[in-house]
Design a protein around this ligand. Structure first.
Ligand SMILES: [Zn+2]
Length: 266
C-alpha cells in the first residue's frame, strides 16, 4: 500500500476541479492506504481535524501547525496551543499525526525571519510536550533549520519535501530525522535530490505529494493529487535500483513506527 505522508486536501478542493468524495475515492482506488492532511495555520488546523474525523476510515490523519509563510504572532501561537490541547484531550487524538508544517522559508519570506524562528521553536516545544512528531518545512534555510532543530531536540522529526543535497541529508539524518521526498524527486534536473535519495537509509524514507504542488513526472505541470504519489515511489525504486515492493514495505514500516510514537500519549 502507498502512503502520502504530506498533502493539502483543502488546497486541492479550493481549486474546485474535484469533490471531496472523488478525491478520497481516487486515492483509495490507487492503493493509497494513508494520507496526512497538513495544516498551515490555526484555521486550517481546525479544518484538518474535521476532515480527518470524517475520513478516519479512509486512512486520513492530520496535523496541527503553522507554516512559516503564515502569520504567527503571540495570539496565533496561543490559539494553536489551545486547539492542540483540546484535540489531545478529545476522543479523536489518535488521528493527530504530528505538529506542522512548521519551519523556515527564506525563499518566500512572507513573515520575517524572527517570527518564523519563534513560531518554529514554539511548535517544536508543543511537539515535545505532547510527544508528537514535528513536520518541518525548510526552503533556502537549511543551516538555520538544522541549528534550531539541534537546539530544540524534537524527539521525532520529518523533513518534508526534502530539499537538500547529500550533505544536508547526512546532517538531518544525524539529528534523527526522517526524509520525506516529494514529486520533485522525479525531475531530471534534480541531481542533488537523487543523490540524497540514494544515500538515505531505507528505514528513514518517506514519500509524499505535497498536493496540489509539485506533481511528479510524467504529470509535471498538472495540479498534484494524493494518488500521484505512486509515480514518486516508482522513481525512488529506480533511483535506488531496488524493487518497488521493498520501497513500499520500508515506507509503510517507517510510517507505522512514527504513528506508534505519536500514539504513546493518546
Ligand atoms: Zn506542505
Amino acid at each position: 500500500m502507498y502512503i502520502d505522508s504530506h498533502a493539502h486536501f483543502d488546497m486541492v478542493l479550493e481549486e474546485g476541479s474535484i469533490t471531496e468524495d472523488e478525491m478520497i475515492k481516487n486515492m483509495r482506488a490507487s492503493g493509497v492506504s494513508h494520507a496526512v492532511q497538513m495544516a498551515t495555520d490555526v484555521e486550517s488546523s481546525a479544518w484538518s481535524y474535521a476532515f480527518a474525523q470524517s475520513h478516519a476510515d479512509d486512512g486520513i490523519l492530520f496535523t496541527v501547525g503553522i507554516h512559516p509563510s503564515s502569520n504567527a504572532g503571540s495570539g496565533e501561537l496561543r490559539s494553536l496551543h489551545d486547539f492542540l490541547e483540546e484535540v489531545m484531550a478529545g476522543g479523536d487524538a489518535a488521528l493527530v499525526f504530528g505538529i506542522g508544517e512548521c519551519g523556515l522559508d527564506y525563499y518566500r519570506m512572507r513573515q520575517d525571519a524572527q517570527m518564523q524562528a519563534s513560531s518554529f521553536r514554539f511548535q517544536i516545544e508543543c511537539a515535545n510536550r505532547f510527544g508528537l512528531p514535528v513536520i518541518v518545512h525548510s526552503r533556502d534555510a537549511m543551516d538555520d533549520t538544522l541549528r534550531i532543530v539541534r537546539e530544540m531536540r524534537p524527539a521525532i522529526g520529518i523533513m518534508h519535501c526534502f530539499p537538500g543535497d547529500r550533505e544536508a541529508a547526512r546532517k538531518a539524518l544525524d539529528l534523527g530525522f526522517y526524509l520525506s521526498f516529494a514529486g520533485n524527486l522525479t525531475y531530471k534536473n534534480a541531481a542533488p535530490l537523487h543523490e540524497s535519495a540514494r544515500y538515505a537509509p531505507l528505514d528513514r524514507l518517506l514519500l509524499e505529494t505535497d498536493a496540489p504542488f509539485l506533481a511528479p513526472a510524467p504529470l509535471r505541470g498538472k495540479r498534484n493529487r494524493p494518488e500521484y504519489v505512486l509515480h514518486t515511489y516508482r522513481h525512488m525504486a529506480e533511483l535506488r535500483s531496488e524493487p518497488l515492493e521493498k520501497i513500499l514495505d520500508a515506507v509503510y514500516g517507517n510510517f507505522m513506527e512514527i504513528r506508534k510514537h505519536a500514539l504513546k500519549k493518546v
